[in-house]
Design a protein around this ligand. Structure first.
Ligand SMILES: C[S@@+](CC[C@H](N)C(=O)[O-])C[C@H]1O[C@@H](n2cnc3c(N)ncnc32)[C@H](O)[C@@H]1O
Length: 368
């Protein structure tokens, strides 16, 4: 007996122009044989058991968040996570996270080469920096390629920042990743949703066009208004500067992958859909981090734009690249697909500005 496995769309678009790929606006459907279905459910049950067991070893306060929590709840989650964040992140990603972070450092290096900035200092802002793990790995790459950087790690959560300042900063100094006037870093408190214009004295704000590079790694999925946050990033980015967003991405069933022998390729698409629905979304996203599926950010961010009244110039994003990845985790099972998008801030015409606004206006987000 065959069963159907489905993934719901994340966007609906009003109009005839086909600007989004079909796997984003339409239901993804695949079929699977009954025996395989139950076997996969068993495998995923095992993964859930191990995941939960590992989490329980760190505390019993994990619950599933069915909606994206507001900032107050996010604060609680990360206040709880701060002390164990590093080990838990390595364990739950089966130690693959280090490479995701280094990849972003390499992306910055490519930008520097492409824009001939080798001799100048790059101003970098890492948003939702947490305890600074990504900064540490990026700085390993910066040291390797002798890149001059002045970096700011920004987070809302004071406990995460405390860990960044006490643990990661000391380790970066010990490993000579920092060098006066060459590679510098500081961690600060701020809100990704409002980087430019606020009155809360405990948060830092920035002038428009302050940064050459902005990175946000595994952060945007937990922000309640992610597009507002990306729009703020467009403001503080310099012209020709780049924004690099890395996060989870739902599986694309048409790209059926080759899987390890104990899953097989015949029903690989069904397995990835089931893994996403039964393991990744409820455990890694909803339970560990209180997140939703961040995939839509990768398709909507290129449509964001703004008008600079002082300069009378329209700005928008040009998509430099979008890459998808699915690394092998426990038991060689790639259950957590990720994506990385690189966007460049460019000047756009009034017509392009209007076009982007209209496309956004015609889009409804179907959070799930
Ligand atoms: C999953 S952690 C990622 C940390 C880090 N980027 C990494 O890759 O290890 C998400 C971080 O985003 C921060 N965060 C959530 N909402 C935020 C907001 N509105 N402004 C700034 N940081 C925020 C949380 O406090 C948390 O430290």
């Amino acid at each position: 007996m065959k069963r159907t496995v489905e993934l719901n769309p994340i966007l609906s678009y009003k109009g005839t122009t086909k600007i989004f790929p079909s796997f984003v606006t339409g239901k993804q459907i695949t079929t699977i044989g009954g025996v395989h279905y139950f076997y996969y459910r068993f495998l995923l049950g095992l993964i859930r058991f191990i995941f939960r067991y590992r989490l329980k070893a760190f505390g019993s306060s994990y619950k599933r968040h069915d909606t994206v929590p507001e900032n107050k709840e996010v604060e609680k989650i990360y206040a709880r996570e701060a002390k164990t964040y590093e080990y838990k992140h390595h364990l739950t990603t089966n130690f693959r996270d280090t490479w995701w972070r280094r990849q972003v450092g390499l992306e910055v290096m490519s930008y520097i080469r492409a824009h001939n900035k080798k001799s100048s200092t790059v101003n970098l802002l890492d948003i939702g920096t947490g305890i600074g793990l990504s900064m540490e790995e990026m700085f390993c790459v910066f040291k390797l390629f002798d890149i001059h950087v002045n970096a700011v790690g920004l987070d809302y959560n004071e406990k995460m920042l405390k860990e960044a300042n006490s643990v990661i900063l000391s380790r970066m100094k010990e490993n000579s990743l920092l060098k006066k006037d060459v590679r510098e870093i500081r961690f600060t408190r701020g809100d990704a949703r409002n980087l430019t214009d606020g009155k809360d004295g405990s948060l830092e704000y920035f002038s428009k066009e302050s940064f050459d590079v902005i990175t946000i790694m595994f952060g945007i999925g937990g922000v309640d208004y992610p597009l507002e946050a990306i729009k703020e990033q467009l403001l503080v980015l310099k012209r020709d500067g780049i924004l690099i967003v890395t996060d989870m991405h739902r599986p694309i069933l048409e790209l059926s992958e080759k899987w390890p022998w104990f899953i097989g390729s015949k029903y690989g698409a069904a397995f990835s859909a089931m893994a996403w629905e039964h393991a990744t979304k409820p455990l890694a996203l909803a339970m560990l981090w209180g997140w939703r599926d961040p995939s839509l950010v990768f398709y909507l961010s290129p449509l964001l734009s703004h008008y600079d009244e002082d300069k009378r110039v329209y700005y928008g994003f040009e998509q430099v690249s979008l890459s998808l990845n699915n690394e092998f985790w426990w038991f060689n099972v790639p259950v957590v697909p990720t994506a990385k998008i690189v966007l460049k801030k460019i000047e756009i015409s009034k017509e392009e500005f209007k076009d982007k606004q209209e496309q956004l206006h015609n889009t409804t987000y179907l959070w799930n």
